[in-house]
Ligand binder design. Structure first.
Ligand code: SAM
Length: 195
């Protein structure tokens, strides 16, 4: 039983692209109420349910509170855009880094389509910056966005940093016509920032 229907979007994406494997460590951004984290716990074997496979790790972050979930660590009431949240995340990650960053984050919608679009794009751009600190080379970033004129900005930024970027529209999110996901894979080894 999943906490939210959104689980089916991640299941659908993962069945097709196999981004979650036993042993991987995952950061789930915008994790409340916790359905994506449930899927991640199962697929990375965070509970060690399959003793023959490596055990993974799941950390979920959200502005809201999240009911405890066996196999996941939650950082509730935390804003992903706050630098203190980055420090907290780093201190909670076993090796300080993750193999995959998932984001189903959505800002409170104002109903003004263009404004909501822009707010979500800037949240996602923030994630690309966060990746520089916590994503392992060859890692994956999956993020939801609402389509609009700035989607290209995000897509181009992802293409700079990842070898492979796809746009996904899961069947399970068909009803919300502007909702899509970018799946960015093979994070590039980052050279030192230019001054
Ligand atoms: N994937 C979740 C699940 O399956 O249970 C559902 C996520 S829900 C669609 C979007 C979440 O993003 C909300 O819980 C919201 O609080 C969170 N969110 C929005 N902005 C955020 C931010 N700046 N930092 C952390 N979480 C944020």
């Amino acid at each position: 039983n999943y906490r939210c229907r959104s689980a089916f979007k991640l299941l659908e994406i993962d069945d097709k692209f196999h981004i979650l494997r036993p042993g991987l460590s995952v950061l789930d951004c915008g994790a409340a109420p916790g359905a994506w984290s449930q899927v991640a716990v199962e697929r990375v074997n965070a509970l060690g349910t399959d003793p023959s496979a490596p055990t993974g790790f799941v950390l979920g972050v959200d502005l809201m509170r999240i009911s405890p979930l066996e196999g996941a660590v939650f950082l509730p009431e935390a804003d992903i855009t706050d630098p203190n949240t980055l420090r907290a995340i780093q201190s909670l990650l076993p090796a300080g880094k993750v193999d995959a960053i998932l984001s189903d984050m959505a800002p409170n919608a104002t109903g003004i389509k263009d404004l909501d679009h822009q707010k979500l794009i800037s949240l996602c751009l923030g994630l690309v910056n966060l990746a520089q600190n916590i994503l392992k080379p060859k890692g994956t970033l999956l993020c939801k966005f609402w389509d609009g004129h700035e989607s290209r900005v995000l897509q181009n930024r992802l293409k700079e940093q990842f070898r492979e970027v796809r746009t996904l529209k899961p069947q399970a999110s068909r009803k919300d016509s502007s909702e899509s996901y970018f799946l960015a894979r093979l994070y590039r080894e980052m050279k030192a920032e230019k001054c």
